[in-house]
Write a protein that binds this ligand. Structure first.
Ligand SMILES: [Zn+2]
Length: 65
C-alpha cells in the first residue's frame, strides 16, 4: 500500500465534470468524521457521490471542501 490520499479522477455527475474523488474512508479521514457520517451526508445529498462499476462509493472532493 502506498500512503497519502488515494485520489482518483472520476466523473462526478453532480458537478457534471471530471473531479477528484476519494473513497468513503478517505473522505472520513479528510473531514475527521467516521464513515457512517459520510454515508449520512451522501444520503442527505450534502456531498457528491458516485459509485464505480465494482461497487465502490467515491466522494467528490469538490463537495467535501
Ligand atoms: Zn462533484
Amino acid at each position: 500500500m502506498v500512503s497519502g490520499p488515494r485520489k482518483v479522477v472520476g466523473w462526478c455527475v453532480t458537478c457534471g465534470a471530471e473531479a477528484e474523488m476519494v473513497p468513503v474512508d478517505e473522505a472520513a479521514i479528510l473531514r475527521r468524521v467516521d464513515s457512517r457520517t459520510i454515508f449520512r451526508w451522501v444520503e442527505a445529498e450534502q456531498v457528491h457521490a458516485s459509485e464505480t462499476a465494482n461497487g465502490l462509493l467515491l466522494i467528490c472532493l469538490n463537495s467535501l471542501s
